[in-house]
Structures are given as C-alpha cells and as structure tokens.
Design a binder for this molecule. Structure first.
Ligand code: MN
Length: 210
C-alpha cells in the first residue's frame, strides 16, 4: 500500500494572518507531496518496508532499512511523517495555552509556560539551516529538542541526535515561512503560537503515556 498525501485538514487560508495561504498551498501540495512520492519510489519493491505504517517505518529506520535506501527513506519518510504531524498539531481558532495535566507538566519541566515558549523558540532559532524543533516526552519526561533536515525524534538518537515521542513540532525550513517572514525566523516562531492546537498536543501526550 503506497503512502498517500493526506489532505490538509483545513483550507489553505485558515491560518491567516499567521501563516499565509500561498505558503500553506506550496508547502502541502508541493513540498509534502514530493516527500510522499519520493518515499514511495525509495521503498518500491521492498515488500517488508512497503507494508509498514509511516510511524513504524520511522522507528525501524536504524534497524531494518537497508543502507542503500536509508538516506532517501530518512529524508522523504521523515518529511512525510513530520508534515502529516505538523498539519494536525496546528490549525485555525487555536493558540492560547495548554490546560490540565499537560499545562501542569510543562510548568514543572520548564518553569512556566512563557519559559517553555522561550526555550522552544530558541531551539528553532538555533537550528542552523533546515530542521525542526520539538516538544517530546522521553522516558516519561518532557523535553525540548531539535533535529536537522527531516529527521525526527522517532528515528532515535543514533540517527536524529534526539529521541522521544513528539507532542508538538515546528518546521523551521525556510519554505515554511520565507514568503511572509523572509529571513525573520524569530517572527515566524512567535506567530506559530497563534496556530498551535493544544487539544491535539494533549491527545499526543495521552497517547504517548499509554
Ligand atoms: Mn516543511
């Protein structure tokens, strides 16, 4: 079963003015689509890999993907997983602050919600070149990490330099913000808080604890 580009769960212009419609259209319809197409090409004919879910493929990258195709599966499988996750954890009529257990645990881990936001923005700002910043749960603890290119913490430390189950991620590739924010990645990261869907982040947290 080939991997498929999931539809964006809201219209291209739903995140205006924080993320513009043209960026969303190009980001989803071209960038994400290319990752899906190139992932399918990379694993074509490898029945064991073709039968894995994208989650399982990420977790199996260090152990079960042959070296000959590890690079393309890492880059394009990572791109597919990361963007599918990203579209779901942002959305319209979102932003604000987490509530409940997630809010309590963020305060306990980072000092306050504002401290958390500052640390998360710093992780995105200091990722040189292209990559992602993540809030993960790792061994039961909340942590902020960042990864290069399309790596993600599910791939594990030996590949991605980070590990854990992602709860929230932000794409800091220039393609995610350049049309509206040009070189001002910090402004994009501040605007990002207006589109975070904390209900989805909390669901990710509940699922990660099971
Ligand atoms: Mn992207």
């Amino acid at each position: 079963m080939a991997h498929e580009l999931p539809p964006l769960p809201y219209p291209n212009n739903a995140l205006e003015p924080h993320i513009d419609a043209t960026t969303m259209e190009i980001h989803h319809d071209r960038h994400h689509k290319a990752y899906v197409d190139n992932l399918n090409k990379a694993i074509a004919g490898n029945v064991a890999l073709e039968s894995k879910s994208i989650d399982d493929l990420m977790k199996a990258l260090s152990s079960s993907v042959p070296d000959a195709i590890k690079g393309p599966v890492r880059n394009n499988g990572g791109g597919h997983w990361n963007h599918t996750f990203f579209w779901r954890t942002i959305g319209p009529k979102a932003g604000g602050a987490p509530t409940g257990k997630l809010a309590d645990d963020i305060k306990a881990a980072f000092g306050s919600f504002d401290d958390f936001k500052n640390k998360f923005e710093a992780a995105g700002l200091t990722r040189f070149g292209s990559g992602w910043a993540w809030l993960v749960v790792n061994g039961g603890k909340l942590e902020i990490v960042s990864t290069a290119n399309q790596d993600n913490p599910l791939m594990g430390k030996s590949i991605a330099g980070a590990e854990g189950t992602p709860l929230l991620g932000v794409d800091v590739w220039e393609h995610a913000y350049y049309l509206k924010y040009q070189n001002k990645r910090g402004d994009y990261l501040k605007a990002f808080w207006n589109v975070v869907n904390w209900n989805e982040v909390a669901k990710n947290y509940d699922a990660a604890k099971k």
